[in-house]
Write a protein that binds this ligand. Structure first.
Ligand code: AMP
Ligand code: MN
Ligand code: MN
Ligand code: MN
Length: 287
């Protein structure tokens, strides 16, 4: 079992626990090395780092950047980043800046579909109003009785092609990777398996093109063991990692108790042949 969890969310983005609560849960679940990777925001890192020190956990600064690549939304995780690096901080501020307007449009679309009052409701779930996102809408729509759980809300209202979906332009791939690399961090392609299912999913050829462009921009790793992957996908993306010479990362993508596919920590080992991404910073820091 892996005692690294390098992908999870606090209420600084769309998780439900505070950074301090999240770290306590990781400690309880046996995580030894933790990265907090909130969407497009680094404000939770200081609290999480302090809490990790109290629990004897090694803490890695992280972030998960929303990217628009061609017609796809993809996520780039930055690990071992420096949150004070100005291009990274400013880049993320720009990425965040469209969220308020997008939320208004989403609420307007849902109102057309007969569901009113959603904007105010969603903001009640946003621990950080700058980071209002679809998960906050989903939680409110469950509360208001429109669906039985968050998953169903996405399937019915919030996924691409559904009535509450509003297309949005996020960061460019090369920019996101360069902010991460420029700050001294490692750029990781998050949950690639997610891009190959559902509406507008990528085929293998497009995945190859994405990986080539990601590497060309400075990308170094890919999530293999992820809460968003099936065991078959661990093997599939271990093969992509070998083919493209990418290092391998693992993380639960935990968002909150009762909401995620996977709780924190206790992830199965990598398939044989994977080179763990932490070699990069453990060598650098002599850990
Ligand atoms: P946003 O960045 O506002 O578009 O929200 C994206 C977030 O919505 C993801 O990080 C997940 O937390 C959540 N999400 C996306 N698709 C689904 C889904 N099918 N089921 C549950 N949560 C989802
Ligand atoms: Mn999320
Ligand atoms: Mn993601
Ligand atoms: Mn995530």
């Amino acid at each position: 079992m892996l005692d690294y969890d390098l992908h999870c969310h606090s209420n600084i983005s769309d998780g439900t626990l505070t950074p301090v609560e999240l770290v306590a849960r990781a400690a309880e679940r046996g995580v030894k090395v933790l990265a907090l990777t909130d969407h497009d925001d680094m404000d939770g890192l200081d609290d999480a780092r302090a809490a990790a020190a109290q629990h004897g956990i090694t803490f890695i600064n992280g972030v998960e950047i929303s990217v628009t690549w061609r017609t796809h939304t993809v996520h780039i995780v930055g690990l071992d980043i420096d949150p004070t690096y100005p291009p990274l901080a400013e880049g993320l501020r720009n990425v965040r800046s469209g969220r308020g307007e997008r939320a208004q449009k989403m609420a307007a679309e849902l109102a057309k579909a007969g569901i009113g009052g959603v904007l105010q409701g969603a903001y009640r779930y946003a621990g950080n109003p700058n980071m209002i996102g679809r998960a906050h809408f989903a939680r409110y729509l469950v509360e208001a009785g429109h669906c039985k759980d968050v998953k169903s809300v996405f399937n019915r209202y919030l996924a691409k092609g559904k009535p509450g979906y509003v297309p949005h332009q996020w960061a460019a791939l090369a920019d996101a990777v360069s902010w991460v690399r420029g700050s001294g961090g490692v750029a990781v392609l998050a949950h690639p398996g997610r891009y190959m299912v559902g509406r507008n999913s990528m085929g293998k050829k497009t995945m190859h093109e994405l990986l080539a462009e990601f590497i060309e921009s400075g990308g170094q790793a890919i999530e293999v063991v992820s809460g968003s992957h099936t065991p078959e996908q661990y093997a599939e993306f271990a093969r992509y990692a070998a083919e493209f010479n990418l290092m391998c990362s693992c993380g639960s993508d935990f968002h909150g108790p009762g909401e995620s596919y996977r709780d924190m920590g206790r992830m199965p080992d990598f398939p044989l042949g994977c080179i763990p991404v932490w070699q990069l910073w453990e060598e650098k820091n002599n850990m």
